[in-house]
Design a protein around this ligand. Structure first.
Ligand code: TYM
Length: 348
């Protein structure tokens, strides 16, 4: 795993010595865990787990903004939890929970909806993207999704929110909502900083390297999942789209396929782009594809094996969910109660 070099984190790390800082992040159960979400977010979740007080959520309420098959959604939540634990996120050291198990998320989301502007939500890239892909189901939940995400974050007063580049806009909107609310009611919310890795923040589809890697209904072989078999991962890498040149050189604009492979190989091997360019001097793209594929296979092998074992232990996963929900609710309810008081709700 690459050493984290981000400045924000270094600063926050030194501050953490005097008192643990807080982290919150979330992942949809339906994205399963892709190579993109692992390199963009999950590896940092695991790396930060020892130094910070961490809250990590499987966001099932966000998932239903697009239509889901109930039994499949249930299965995917167990799988996602198993994968998170197998990635090194120890439930004894981190608060790992399912969003719908903590009602404060829905409660605060409603309040924040009333402090979020129509124009702000209309500008969200994820909304535009998802509504174009789900033209027959552009529901209100899809539109107000960022207000729920703001609630997810603000409830835990985190210092950092480790996410991939695609979520930066949502974290920025969260800050705008918090500033607006604090401007009216005083210092209620803490303003969080997004933590986005320098390399790996946007892993592209192997078949369509101009689009973000994500699991979609259409399987074109361009998305790699943590739980994929090694031979399937290698097949996807061998078929990865590159370009008509032959030199291994980082140029995200003109050589998106090769640059994406370099990015993946860099994060998995810890080598920088200069070292990779040297390593593949005079060698073709075929070798880069194979090495990147092998690096990913080796990175995922222990995670996949451990996750498979955990998926078989439903009782354990349920106990983790229960414990996580209890701990998360404790923190979340404190913030919610403060918000309710500020806005004039009566507490019984
Ligand atoms: P989601 O479930 O789509 O993705 C989970 C995390 O993985 C990152 N990610 C990627 N990073 C790099 N390259 C990719 N191809 C890639 N695909 C996904 C995402 O940036 C994200 O960090 N709205 C969020 C979930 C969420 C959340 C939150 C996140 C709900 N509430 C509160 C942070 C804080 C989402 O859909 O992520």
């Amino acid at each position: 795993m690459n050493k984290i070099t981000n400045e924000t984190i270094n600063k926050a790390e030194s501050e953490a010595v005097s008192g643990k800082k807080t982290i919150l992040s979330g992942i949809q159960p339906t994205g399963v865990a892709t190579l993109g979400s692992y390199l963009g977010a999950l590896r940092n979740w695991a790396a930060l787990a020892d130094t910070y007080s961490c809250y990590y959520s499987i966001v099932d309420m966000h998932a239903i903004t697009v239509r889901q098959v109930p039994a499949e959604l249930r299965r995917l939540q167990y799988e996602q939890l198993a994968v998170l634990i197998a990635c090194g996120i120890d439930p004894d050291k981190n608060v790992l929970f399912v969003q719908s198990h903590v009602p404060a998320h829905a409660q605060l989301a409603w309040v924040l909806n009333c402090y979020t502007m129509f124009g702000e939500l209309s500008r969200m890239t994820q909304f535009k993207d998802k509504s174009s892909k789900n033209a027959d189901n552009i529901n209100a939940g899809l539109f107000s999704y960022p207000a729920l995400q703001a609630a997810d974050i603000l409830l835990y007063r985190p210092d950092l929110v480790p996410v991939g580049a695609d979520q930066k806009q949502h974290v920025e909107l969260t800050r705008d909502i918090a500033v607006r609310f604090n401007g009216i009611y005083g210092d209620v919310f803490k303003l969080p900083e997004p933590y986005i890795p320098k390399v790996g923040a946007k892993i592209m589809d192997l078949q369509k390297p101009t689009s973000k890697m994500s699991k979609s209904e259409i399987d074109n072989g361009g998305c790699v999942l943590i739980m994929d078999k090694p031979e399937d991962i290698m097949r996807s890498f061998k078929r990865a789209v590159t370009d008509s040149e032959t030199s291994v050189r980082y140029d995200a604009k003109n050589k998106p396929g090769v640059s994406n492979l370099m990015q993946i190989y860099s994060v998995c091997s810890g080598k920088d782009f200069g070292a990779i360019e040297k390593e593949f001097e005079g060698k073709g793209y075929g070798e880069l594809k194979t090495r990147a594929g092998e690096a990913v296979i080796e990175l995922f092998r222990p995670i996949r094996e451990e996750a498979a074992r955990l998926i078989g232990d439903r009782a354990y996963l349920q106990a983790v969910m229960k414990d996580g929900a209890k701990k998360a609710s404790f923190t979340a309810n404190k913030t919610l109660s403060k918000v309710y008081k500020k806005i004039g709700f009566i507490e019984l």
